[in-house]
Design a protein. Sequence first.
Length: 957
Amino acid sequence: MRFSITSLLVLFQLCSVFTAAQQQWPLHNDGQNDVVQWDHYSVIINGERIFIWSGEMHYWRIPVPELWVDVLQKVKAAGFNCVSFYAHWGFHSPSDGKLDFENGAHNFTSLFTIAKDLGLYILFRPGPYINAETTAGGFPGWLTTGDYGTLRNNDTRYTAAWTPYFDRISEIVGEHAVTRGGNVFLYQIENEYGEQWTDAATRTPNETAIAYMELLEAAANRSGINIPTIHNNPNLGTLSWSMDYDINHVGGDTDLYGLDHYPSCWSCNLEECTSVNGALPDFTLFDYYTNFQEAAPTQPSFFAEFQGGAYNPWNGPAGGCVSNTGPSWVNVFYRHNIGQKVTAQNIYMVFGGTNWGGLAFPSVGTSYDYSAPISESRLLGDKYSELKLLSYFIRAAKELTMVERAGNGTNFTNNAAVFTQVLENVQTHARFYVTVHTNSTLETQEHFKLNVSTSLGTFMVPQYATNVLLNGRQSKILLSDFSAGSQKIVYSTAEVMAVSTFETSPTIVFWVPTGESGEFYLEGAQHGSVMKCQGCSSVGFHQTQHGVITSFTQGAGFSVFKYGNGVTAIIADRTAAYTFWQPTLTNDPHVPLNSTILVAGPHLIRTAEIDGDTLALTGDYNTTTPLEVFIPSTRCTHLTFNGNPLSFHATPYGSIIAHLTAPAHTIASINATLPILSTWKVADGLPERLATYNDTNWVLANHTRTSNPNPPATYPVLYADEYGFHTGPILWRGRFSGAATGVFLNVIGGTSSGWSAWLNGVWIGSSYGNVSLAATNATLDFPGAAVKSTGENVLLVLQDNMGHDETTGVLNPRGIANATLIGGGGGNGAGLGFSSWRVQGNAGGEKDIDPVRGPLNEGGLHAERLGWHLPGFDDGDWAVGSPEEGFGEAGARFYRTVVPLRIPEGVDVSLAFELGGARESRLRAQLYVNGYQFGKRIPWVGNQVEFPVFPGILNYK
Ligand SMILES: *[C@@H]1O[C@H](CO)[C@@H](O)[C@H](O)[C@H]1NC(C)=O
Ligand SMILES: *[C@@H]1O[C@H](CO)[C@@H](O)[C@H](O)[C@H]1NC(C)=O
Ligand SMILES: *[C@@H]1O[C@H](CO)[C@@H](O)[C@H](O)[C@H]1NC(C)=O
Ligand SMILES: *[C@@H]1O[C@H](CO)[C@@H](O)[C@H](O)[C@H]1NC(C)=O
C-alpha cells in the first residue's frame, strides 16, 4: 500500500466538501493501480464502495469440477457478493519440482468463469501455508522431511521449494484479477502467521518473519498479482502485517489488514477451546472495534475469516454440531459484527465439503461439513435461510459502507437489558441501531422502545405498534433515514430483509419473527392500503405531514401493502421470509437494486434472466410449490422455470403467481430404487504379513541420518516421508535373525492413529488409537512358535497414517521412532538387531501415477497399490464374502461390490454410504467409490457413520 498522487488529490477535494465533524481518512491503493482502493470505511472497487460479504469454499474438497457451479450458485443465491478459495499446495504438487494445475480438479480456472458469470468477487488464498485442518496445513508431504528447514521462514531451501508453486499459481490467478477483467480482487499470502512482532505491544520486529513475508509479497507482484495483498491474523493479539500498526516501517506489511476470529469455538469439541474462549458456547460477544482501530484505523474492519461453523474432530458428535452455530447464532453474531463497523467479512466455511483421500489432518475425519450453511451434501437448511435474511439486507444497505459508530450503550432504549450499537453514515446520516441483550448470554424476552434521531426529529419508537421484542437469542437492526432506492425510510422497528427497485418504485421486504409487530415510517408516502393480508393484524396507516407510519402485527405468511407513491411493502414472518429470494439480473457483484427481482416460494432460486418478454428462472423444489414473482406483469408475458414454460396470473399488487407441480420423483421413490449392497467379493488384503512375501521391489529404508528435527531413537530412520510416502497406510518390513523374544515399537501416525504387527505371518499386537496420542508404543512378545531361532524372521508393521500435523507440528514424522528387539540374551545391542527394513506406501510414491485423483488419494495397502479400488479392476476370481460378516483374526481384507444406480434425469440427489460398527469394534475401514477414497470409519475413536459421496464420483447412470 502506497499513497498515490491521485489519492492525495481526491483527499483535498473531499476536505472542502465534508463538514468539519467528519474526520478525513486517507484513500489507499496497492501502489500499482486504482482498481481496488480502500479507506477507513470500506473497500472500493472500480470507484464503488462495497460491503464485502464473502463465503469460503475449497474446490479441492469437492473434486468434481462440474459441481462447483452448484455450490457457487447457492453462495450467490444466499446474497453473498464474494467467494474465497484456499488453494492447497500439497494437492497440486506430488513431488518437488512437479506441479499439476491441469488434471481434473487440479485445474480450477473454471471457478473464475463461474464466479464472473454469477457476479461474485473472489478472495484468493494460495498459501503456501493455509492451515485449513488439512494435512501439513496444505504443505506437500515431501516438504515435511526437514530437508527444507523448519519452514515458514526465509530459509533458502524453503524459498526454493515454494517459489515455483507460488509463481505459477500467482500467474494463473493474476490473469483473472479485477485489473484484467476478472473478479479476483484480493490475494492472501500466508495464513494465520501473526509473527511480525516478537512483542506486539512494543512493536519489536521479528526480522526473519518479516524477510519471509517480503519474499512472498515480491513473488506475488513479480508473477502478475496487481491487486492488494492481505494476511489473516490468527487472533486479536498478534497485530501483524498492518501498514497502520507498523509505524516504524519494519516491513513485511500486506496491503490490507485482515483478522480471523472464531468466537464460539472452531471445533465441535468445545473442550478444545476452553483455554481461549472460556466455557462455550454461551453467546459471549467480543469487542473487535477497539482492535481494528488499534491495528488498522485507516482501513476497513475486515474479517478475512469469521466463524461459519466448526470442524468435527474424531471424537465429535455424528453429523457435526450445527446447533452450536445455528440460525440464532448466525442472527446474533453477524449482526454484532455489523455493529462493530465491520464492512468486509469472509465466512469460514460457507460450504465445507469432504476430506476425501488423505486431505484430513490428524484431528478430523472424512467429513468437512463444518456445520456450514451449505452442507457437505450441498443441502440448504435454516442456517442458510437465516444467513440469507441478513445478506440481502447488507445488499440493500449500501449506506453501511461509510459509517462511523455514533454511540453504544443501554440508554438508546427504555430497557437497560437491551444494548444498542449505533452506526451512522457520515454522508447521508442513515443510522443503524444494532440491538441485542446487554448480557448476550441471556435468553430472556426483552421488550423495548428505541429512541431514534432522524431528519424529521427524534421519536421513541414504535409509536403505535407494540414494543420491539428481543426473544431469547436474537439481535435486530433497526433503522433511521435509510435509503430504499429513491425512497427514504424515516425509521423502522421491523428489520429490512431486501429492497428491489426493478422498473418500479421500491419493493421493500420487512420481516419479523412470527406473531411480532413492527412499525415503519415511509417518507413521502400517502394512503397505505392492504393489498394482501396473510396473517396480518392490527394494521394501522398513520398519515403525517411527511409520509405514512405503518404499524402491524404479522402472523404466519406474508402480507402486501401499497402506498400512493408507488412503494410496495411486503411484510413477512420469518418462515415466509425464508422462502424469499432475490436473484440478480446482472453479474455486477455490487448488485444495483434495480437489477434484482424478488421471488417467493421455491426451495432455491439459482438464477433469473429476462430475455425480451420472458423471465427465465432456474431453481430447485421438491414438492408442489407456489411461485410468486414481484415483477410487473407487463414486463413479463412469459415465464419459464428450469426451461419449462409456466402459466401464471397477475395480482393486483404487482406480482405474478404460478405453480410448480410436484416432480414425478420423490425422495421415497428414489430411495426405493437404491440397490441393497448384498453381493460382495472379498480378497485377502495383507499378504505382506507372511514371511514368504516378496518385497524386493520395496524401498530399502536404510537412512542412517535424518534432517528431521525429531530424530528417531533407533536406526535406520523409519520415517515414511523420507522414502517418498506421504499419505495413508504405510507398511514396514523388518528382518532379523536370532532368538529374539519380543520387540519394542514406538509408532508415530498422528493422533487417533493405530498400528498392528505380525511376525512371520502371526499377529503379535496392535494399538487401536487414541484421540490424544500421536505416537503409541508397546512391547510385544513373540509367540514361541512364530519366531525362528535360526534363519530369517520378518516383522511387518502396518500403520495407519492420519496425515501431517499443522503449524509447528508440520515436521512431526510418520513412521517408527523406535524398533528394538528384545531378549535372546542380547539386549538392545549385542548383535541382535534388524538386518534390514523395507517400506511401502502409495503406489508410485511421489510419481503421481493417477494425476486426476492426485497425490493424496491412496495409501500403501495391498489393495490400494494393486488398484483393487479402481472401477476397471477384474475381481472375477475373488471369493464371495461380505464386510458385514467381518473376520475374527487380525488382517486386512478388501471387499468389492457393484452399485447400479438409475437416478432420474433432472433431479439433484445427494447420496451417502452408511458404515456402521459398534464403538468397541477394533477396525479401521476405508471406503472407495470408483477409485476415490470417500470415507474412513474408525468406530474406536470416531462417530461418523454417514459418508456423502458426490455425484460425478458416483455414476448416476
Ligand atoms: C483448465 O481448464 C480450462 C477450461 O476450464 C482450459 O481452458 C485450460 O486450458 C485448462 N488449463 C490447463 C492448464 O489445462
Ligand atoms: C533471513 O532473515 C534474517 C533477518 O532479516 C537475515 O538475517 C538472514 O540473512 C535471512 N536469511 C536469508 C537466507 O536471506
Ligand atoms: C520469528 O519468526 C520465525 C519464523 O516464523 C520463528 O521461527 C521464530 O520463532 C520467531 N521468533 C520469535 C522470537 O518469535
Ligand atoms: C461505547 O460507549 C462507551 C461509553 O459511552 C464509550 O466510551 C466508547 O468509546 C464507545 N465505543 C464505541 C466503539 O463507540
